[in-house]
Design a protein around this ligand. Structure first.
Ligand code: ATR
Length: 273
């Protein structure tokens, strides 16, 4: 079999091994996929060791996406735009292709799985870190009417606005700067839920038809999705679909086949997160 792995710290709760096992069964690929815990200063050594054992590719998760970007000898356009890498493909020992499948996964989940078209819509993107950055270009490619980037630290949102303005109508500000406006799609790309917190969103940004999308997920509704529900948003979506879609994109990069994701998403949802 060909060997693949997900690498991160922590890694024990990763769902990537089960997702890729289901994909491999479905597409009849002879491959094995494991989880590797790297020490915080041991990312590169762990990648090299895996390559030496004959590994063909890796998924990279927190906190190593920037290191993976730096380690790549070639980058896809979307990894270049995201300045972060979540997928590595090894072609011999000296060629490491770095890709970022997160943003594509997000738009795929919104449009194909949730049946919400992005063209012509108003979008509020919450956050200006790595997760938000990776989403911007894939979102703009689908021609939303506005993409507003809101962040606790306004300057970081402004930097992203300047960087991506050539690709569409991009705004930036603090959360409160968008008070009084409502959006069709509100995406939480902050890490606030990890601390069980919520950015200080103004009321009124959700309408009844709004899609509230959290890149995070958990057994319970996230604080962001609970707030959206209280504010009357009708569509509440967590990050499970995005997780499975990014895995499918990585699988495609490695194997040349894109697996069916619907059943896998259902299985993960039914097993609890
Ligand atoms: P990631 O790779 O997950 O995007 P990151 O690059 O560290 O991680 O970015 C974290 C994002 O979550 C940032 O937008 C951060 O806001 P700041 O730029 O102001 O730090 C946001 N964030 C994290 N905790 C938050 C909180 N409690 N309230 C609001 N925003 C928060």
């Amino acid at each position: 079999p060909d060997f693949y792995a997900v690498i991160g710290n922590p890694i024990h709760h990763s769902k990537s091994p089960i997702i890729h096992k289901l994909f491999a069964q479905e597409t009849q690929q002879d491959m094995q996929y494991e989880a590797i815990l790297a020490s915080l200063d041991g990312f590169e050594a762990a990648v090299k060791a895996f390559q030496q054992r004959g590994g063909k590719g890796m998924n990279v998760t927190l906190p190593f996406k920037l290191e993976a970007y730096a380690l790549s000898t070639r980058l896809t356009d979307r990894a270049n735009a995201a300045q972060a890498v979540n997928t590595l493909k090894f072609n011999g020992n000296n060629d490491i292709l770095g890709d970022n499948t997160d943003g594509t996964a997000l738009v795929h989940d919104i449009e194909v799985n949730q049946h919400v078209a992005i063209a012509g819509k108003s979008i509020l993107l919450m956050g200006a870190g790595g997760a938000a950055r990776g989403a911007i270009l894939p979102l703009l490619k689908l021609k939303p009417r506005i993409l507003a980037i809101a962040n606790r630290t306004k300057e970081k949102a402004q930097v992203l606005q300047r960087q991506f303005s050539a690709h569409g109508n991009v705004l930036s500000g603090h959360y409160q700067d968008f008070s009084g406006e409502s959006f069709d799609i509100i995406i939480n790309a902050t890490s606030a839920s990890l601390h069980d917190e919520l950015p200080s969103l103004p009321g009124g940004i959700f309408s009844k038809e709004s899609l509230a999308y959290d890149m995070m997920y958990g057994e319970e509704l996230t604080p962001f999705l609970r707030f959206a529900q209280q504010q009357g948003a009708s569509k509440l979506v967590d990050g499970i679909g995005m997780l499975v879609e990014q895995a499918a994109e990585s699988f495609f990069l490695w194997r040349g086949i894109r697996p069916e994701t619907k059943k896998v998403i259902e299985i993960l949802k039914n097993n609890g997160h």
